[in-house]
Design a binder for this molecule. Structure first.
Ligand SMILES: [Zn+2]
Length: 243
């Protein structure tokens, strides 16, 4: 397990290098299998992995009592833009992160997808934020939050203001504006949803969406385009739902 986690972290590093050199894959329509392994042999896990993400968060096996706590609040970072990518890389040393049971995950970056990648009973929300974390040993943990149309979201407004200024813009946002008031999560073991689709990712997906205005979501959709991977088979994996 530890070996898998370290391999995942190393793969993530390789992925960052690949992105910097121009990426060789794209999202599809969100339903048809992407066959990313046919593009690049390094992406074989995307097609043959048995613990891939996203999944439909339906028919959980168990109800979890394990608590997730976060230490977020105001955080500074830099905007990282690319093809199908809107991301904030948080400045290191801010001690932001989450505790999942006894595991401490340090926050690295947040990025967005339109529509959401995970589904609930086959339905997808119009947008999701993925807060990517790693433990000090390199094990990956992601917190996914769905967005639904409603009131304007202050953090998303800060993000859009920075987006208008372009790649590398420094910004500061209150991360708690992008979280439900009480965080209760689905949990399961999955993968990165983009090549190389490394497995060993501790997925946490909040069961309650947060609001952003229809205009804000439309602007992010305009910047990202369709950026949801197709739903992957659960292959008997344990899915734990919140109480
Ligand atoms: Zn993501």
């Amino acid at each position: 397990m530890k070996y898998v986690a370290i391999a995942a972290a190393l793969s993530l590093g390789i992925s960052s290098v690949a992105l910097a050199q121009g990426k060789d894959w794209t999202f599809g329509d969100g339903e048809t299998p992407e066959a990313w392994g046919a593009i690049n042999a390094q992406y074989a896990s995307c097609d043959i992995g048995k613990m891939q993400s996203p999944i439909d968060l339906t028919d959980p096996d168990a109800i979890g009592t394990l608590k997730l706590t976060t230490n977020f609040g105001e955080a500074s970072g830099k905007l990282s833009l690319g093809e199908e990518k809107v991301q904030i890389d948080f400045d290191p040393g801010q001690n932001k992160g989450m505790m999942s049971g006894a595991k401490a995950f340090n926050l690295l970056q947040v990025h967005f997808h339109t529509p959401a990648e995970h589904a609930v009973n086959g339905q997808r929300y119009p947008m999701t934020a993925h807060f990517v974390h790693a433990t000090s040993a390199g094990e990956l943990g992601v917190l996914g939050v769905f967005f639904t149309e409603g009131d304007e979201n202050d953090a998303i407004e800060e993000l859009l203001d920075a987006h208008a200024q372009g790649n590398g813009t420094a910004l500061s946002i209150d991360i708690d504006d992008m979280l439900p008031e009480t965080i209760e999560v689905y949990r399961y073991m999955g993968s990165l949803t983009t090549p190389p689709c490394s497995e060993g990712v501790n997925w946490h997906v909040a069961n309650v969406p947060v609001e952003a205005s229809a205009d804000q979501i439309a602007k992010l959709r305009g910047a990202l385009g369709p950026t949801a991977r197709s739903i992957q088979d659960r292959n008997g994996r344990l899915l734990v739902a919140p109480e």
